[in-house]
Design a protein around this ligand. Structure first.
Ligand code: SF4
Length: 450
C-alpha cells in the first residue's frame, strides 16, 4: 500500500491491481475512518500507520490509555478496572479510528470498549458456553462433528471483543510448540477428520513463518482435505494482509477464510483492500457475524452490512445468536429478533447476501439453523407456503409421485422430550399465541408477522 491508503486504492485497474469498489471508497464509512485517524492519531506517519506491527504494538490495552482517548463516566472507572483485571482489552489504532467519540452508543466502541455491565455479578453467562472443553480430546482441539474439528492455535487477537465466546482463553500466553504438535498429531491419527478450522485467538496475528509451519504440517496429513482459518484481522488490522502473507497462504490450498464483520462501519477501504488481497490469492471469504444488541440488531444495519460484504466479495455465511458467555448479557437479544433479521433481508436483497441464522446449542449440541417459517403446512403433496411479503401460496407435488407431508420433529430420544435451551424453558403461552392464526390460501391473507 502506498502512503495514503485511502487514495491509493483503485476502483478498477489491471488484473493485478488492487480492486476496491467505488461504493466503498466513496462511502460515509471511508470518510469516517479518515476522520477518526486524524482525530485520534494526528501525528502518526503513513509508514507507521500502514505497518501492522506498529498497529499491534500500539494497541490500547490499559484503562489509563483508554481514558485519554475516549470519554467514559468517571463513576464507571472502578467497575471497568475490575473488568480489565479479568478480561483483557486490546484495540488497534486502526479499529479505534472507526469509533465516533461523540456517539455514546457507537457500535464499534460497544464491541471492544469494556463497560461496567460486563462485570455485573448477575450475569447468567458461563465461561465455556459451547462446552468446547468437554469435546476436547487434546488441549486446543474441539472435536464435535465426525469429519471436522476446531484447532485453537493462539490465545491472542488483534482486538478483544467483549462478547467473545472464548474470552476464557484470552490470556495472551503463547500456545506452546508442544501443544501445537499434539493437535497436529491428533488430526493425523484421526482419519475421519477431513476438514479443520484453525482459529483461536487469531491465527493471522502470528508471524508469517510460524503460521506457514503450522499449515505445512496440516497439509502433510493425507486425509485432511480442507483447511479453514477463522480470523477477525481483515476487520481489526487489515494492514496485516500483505503480499508475504497472501503468497504464503496460497501455498496451502484448498484454504478458506471465515472473517467476522459485524457492522457496516467496519467496511472501509482498508478492510476491502485486505479482502481483495485474500480473494486474489484464491481464498474464498465467508463472513460469520454475531447478532449483538445495540450493535447490529436492527434491519437497516443488517441490510447495510450484507451489502457492504458483497461489495468486498465476502459471502454472508452465518449470523450467530450471541452465546451466553459470562459478562456478555448486555449483548444478547432474543432468538425471535434473529429470525426477524433474516425475514427483513429475504426478498429485499439477493439470496446470495442472506446469512444463515444459527444458535450454537448450549452443552455442545452444535450449530442449529433457525429460519423464519415459510412452509405453513404440507400434507398429501399439498404445501401452503408464505412468501417474503407474507402472502400465502399453494404448491402441489407432481401427481405421479406419492405426496409428501411435513415430517414430524426428529428427536434423538423422543421419550426425553425437548431439552430446555434457556432457564425456565420455552414459553408455552408464547408458542401457542404464534400458532393461533390459520393461513388461508384463498384470500391471499397476510401473515401476522409482517
Ligand atoms: S477476534 Fe474473534 S476470537 Fe478474538 S476476541 Fe474477537 S471474537 Fe474472540
Amino acid at each position: 500500500m502506498t502512503p495514503d491508503s485511502s487514495s491509493s486504492i483503485s476502483p478498477k485497474g489491471s488484473a493485478s491491481d488492487p480492486c476496491v469498489a467505488r461504493a466503498v471508497l466513496q462511502s460515509p464509512q471511508a470518510a469516517r475512518a479518515a476522520r477518526g485517524r486524524a482525530h485520534f492519531y494526528p501525528g502518526v506517519s503513513d509508514a507507521d500507520w500502514n505497518d501492522w506491527r506498529w498497529q499491534f504494538r500500539n494497541r490500547v490495552h490499559t484503562l489509563e490509555q483508554l481514558a485519554t482517548m475516549l470519554p467514559f463516566p468517571p463513576q464507571e472507572r472502578a467497575a471497568i478496572g475490575g473488568v480489565l483485571r479479568e478480561f483483557r482489552m486490546g484495540i488497534t489504532p486502526y479499529y479505534l479510528s472507526l469509533i465516533d467519540p461523540a456517539d455514546p452508543a457507537d457500535p464499534i466502541a460497544r464491541q471492544v470498549v469494556p463497560v461496567a455491565a460486563e462485570g455485573a455479578s448477575s450475569s447468567d453467562g458461563v465461561d465455556d458456553p459451547l462446552s468446547e472443553e468437554k469435546y476436547s480430546p487434546v488441549p486446543g482441539i474441539t472435536h464435535r462433528y465426525p469429519d471436522r474439528c476446531l484447532m485453537v492455535v493462539s490465545n491472542s487477537c488483534a482486538i478483544y471483543c467483549r462478547y467473545c465466546t472464548r474470552k476464557r482463553i484470552m490470556a495472551e500466553d503463547v500456545v506452546s510448540d508442544l501443544d501445537l504438535q499434539r493437535m497436529v498429531d491428533y488430526i493425523a491419527a484421526t482419519p475421519a477428520i477431513r476438514d479443520v478450522v484453525v482459529s483461536g485467538g487469531d491465527p493471522l496475528t502470528f508471524a508469517t513463518d510460524k503460521l506457514d509451519r503450522i499449515l505445512g504440517k496440516l497439509r502433510a496429513i493425507p486425509h485432511l482435505e480442507i483447511i479453514r482459518i477463522g480470523s477477525r484481522v481483515p476487520v481489526s488490522l487489515p494492514m496485516r494482509i500483505d503480499d508475504e502473507l497472501t503468497q504464503m497462504l496460497a501455498r496451502h490450498h484448498p484454504l478458506w477464510i471465515n472473517v467476522h464483520f459485524n457492522h457496516p462501519n467496519e467496511v472501509t477501504p482498508d478492510a476491502a483492500l485486505a479482502c481483495d488481497r485474500l480473494s486474489r490469492a484464491g481464498i474464498p471469504l465467508n463472513n460469520q457475524s454475531a447478532l449483538l444488541r445495540g450493535v447490529n440488531d436492527d434491519e437497516a444495519t443488517q441490510l447495510a452490512l450484507v451489502h457492504g460484504l458483497m461489495l468486498m466479495r465476502v459471502r454472508p455465511y452465518y449470523l450467530y445468536h450471541c452465546d451466553p458467555v459470562r459478562g456478555a448479557d448486555h449483548f444478547r437479544t432474543t432468538i425471535e429478533r434473529g429470525i426477524e433479521m433474516i425475514e427483513s433481508l429475504r426478498g429485499h436483497t439477493s439470496g446470495l447476501a442472506i446469512p444463515q441464522f444459527a444458535v450454537d446449542a448450549p452443552g455442545g449440541g452444535g450449530k442449529i439453523p433457525v429460519n423464519p417459517q415459510y412452509v405453513l403446512a404440507y400434507d398429501h403433496g399439498r404445501a401452503i407456503l408464505r412468501n417474503f411479503q407474507g402472502r400465502i401460496y399453494e404448491a402441489q407435488d407432481p401427481p405421479d409421485l406419492p405426496g409428501g407431508s411435513m415430517p414430524p420433529p426428529r428427536l434423538a430420544n423422543p421419550a426425553a422430550g425437548v431439552e430446555s435451551l434457556a432457564p425456565g424453558g420455552w414459553s408455552n403461552e408464547k408458542q401457542s399465541h404464534k400458532e393461533s392464526s390459520p393461513p388461508s390460501a384463498e384470500t391471499g391473507w397476510v401473515h401476522p408477522r409482517r
